[in-house]
Design a protein. Sequence first.
Lengths: 685, 175
Amino acid sequence: MLANLGYGALIIALMVCIYGIGAALYGVIREKNVWVNSARNAMLLTAPLITLSVVAIVILLIDGNYELDYVASVTSNSMPLYLKITALWGGQAGSLVFWSWLMSLFASAVTLRRWDRDREFLPWVIIIVLVTLTFFLCLNIFLENPFARLWQMSGGLIVKSMLPPSGAMLYMQSDGNGLNPLLRHFGMIFHPPMLYLGFVSFVIPFAFALAALITGRTDDRWIRITRRWTLVAWLFLSLGLVLGSRWAYDVLGWGGYWGWDAVEISALMPWLSGTAFLHSIIIQEKRNMLKQWNMALIILTYDLVIFATFLTRSGVLSSVHAFAQSAIGPLFFAFIALTFLVSIALLMHRWNDLKSDSHMTSLFSREALFLLNNLLFMGILVVCFWGVIFPLLSEVFTGQKVTVGPPYYKAASGPLFAGLLLLMGVAPLAAWGRSTYKTLGRAIWKPAIFAIIGIGWAIVEGVKNPWALLGFGLCALVTGVIVEEFWRGARARQRTKGENFVLALWRLAGRNRRRYGGYIIHLGVVFMALGIIGIELFQTNTQATIAQGEQITLDGYVLKYEKLSIFDTEDRRNIARAVVHVYKDGRFVQELYPRRDFYYESQQQMTIPGVRSTWEDDLYIILVEWEPVSAESATFKVFRNPLINWLWFGAIIFMLGALAAALPEKEGIVQIRQVKHSEYSTAKV
Amino acid sequence: MFVKHLLHILSEENRFSRMRQISHICGFLIAIMLFFVFEAGAQSPPPTPSDDEINAIASELYCPVCENVPLDVCGTQACEQWRGVIRDKLMEGWSNEEIKQYFVELYGDRVLATPPAKGFNWLVYLVPPLVILAGVYWMVQLFSRRKKTVSQSEATINLEQEEYISRLEEELKKR
């Protein structure tokens, strides 16, 4: 009953979407506002309908209605309530409904904004958002139905279908398979929603961009409307990526945070183009340049969002044959191709209208450096895109599968990331318009002292690796620039307003959140870079099999294997848990418990490392193997990950900066004040 | 004593017995050599490679089943067996390269972390730098085009100004 209700809500939502598209089109062609308003109401209606469907799935998951294929595949009786709820995005069908639901919420939020000044955009934004939503709803209704039931045919065969096949009986299991153990982690609970929020919120700026292309209103109005949407999208996407990294670090048991896996890269790609877009639109706002480029970037970001979902959901990554066999793959491919081609055609159509009157005047101007920043982001994007699709191309054209693994991405993107760090230091010092190497040189000498101190300190600490020294120097340079920017601004306020330094600093950042939020984001990136340099260039590891009482040594640490206990838990896990004593410089520092959990339901295992975390490093111990009965000896793999916690700390600073930048400015208040002032002046005259 | 005996054998007087005794000595020397060879073999059997030595090779290999998970951290039984094969090959004295090549011959190039630079695979290494270079070229063009446009427009303005000034001067002369 509940399943029928949920499925019915999805079908009605699809019909409402199709109606909305038709009504908006009719309204705009016939210039009848009543139809556009009707389409607007249709878009608003999609949110409660899909919410109904989501609530139905969640209740079915909590209740354990195992006659539903989706429920049986992602939940089990022993799972706690919160995991049953989050199982909504634990499988293919559920995560697609979740995608649609978030999309409908964002669509409603857009619908509810004031449209007085941008009435001509409205019908086109409705059409573009609803076309995207229609596509995802179609996937759910026709291909990946979370409400499909399991039926047992007379021959014993189990089939999946919404309606009963003739002669079949409902197949009811007493328990489900349970959620993949790897997904039972806080990082994986929040990682997909954040990533999806990022994905769907990028649809909004894309819809406005296309509306601007269609209507011919090619000034920067669409950018001003969607600036905050873009920042919010970017914030969520960044958060999703960081949570995913933390999950990998805690759960996958290989001592790293980023494996350059195709799924990870597919989420990184829209982030790269989105970050380039965020920088590039500043040039358009300040200098009225790069209008064509900004359009191209947002089109690219939108299609990369769909491409990321396609890569993870179509099975194409395991093999092109899996892609061809799945029904979902070709549909996704067709949708990406269609939206991309239509968008590019529109861009070409308006190409001349988007030409700028302003010129690049200097190679050392801020806009030139921002453009270089875009080039580097695009370079990393090309490396990622090509690395992900090359194995597929190789399989198609030569019949041979190849692996494009981490060494490729690290070698190709490392120098580009270093270039970005350098630009983060230099670009804020360059002026808009005309700027020469002399003016830039005069501005950079103070931060350069920071860089020299940074390198000197690293050398004193015993760092010899030239790449690490370069990295630390760049980090120090960027920190110097940020400190100077805050210092200069606060001192200026102190002089003019007579405020104390702390208040001046607070108000300075508060009055220009976007700019100073940006600097905080840069500071977060510096800390993250420290962590990345630490783990990438200085990680050490060792593996050994030792008996109880014996020890392993690694970089000044001594690990003594004390004992191992094996036991079952109530939630049907078998746990093998080792006790390891950690000594540093001959002194006992901590007891760690690396363990291996085996899940009886899914017959899968999960490696949970024992970790000792400090600002200096993480000692990360994995229990690899042990003697089954006596546990007399066990095999441990030990990693020392220098500076890794700066990565997580930097990520928090990064998010705070992004949040500060995304908060609304007091623009409205200022405008009202200005209006009142001008009215007053007019009245006086 | 041994030298004295040798000289005695080599002396001219003992020709017949010399041949016999040389063969005895050769046999004795061979026996000693063989003893040392076998003794040496018995004393140092092929050393068991450490886990770190195995992982050093395993970290550069990917099994065809586990997508994008290097062999040194993969927990599947198949990967465990592969690591066992690496151990055996190391014990047999194979070099790292020989072991990697062994897996390539068995399972194809996909076991390597990056595609070997040959044939179609060259594209994976050439396309990104070429695209980035194209981007750099586009940027350079953007600047040079802008400069041209600016200088051309400045020239046009100058020309227009010159015409205007000459016209102005002529009109002033007429007055």
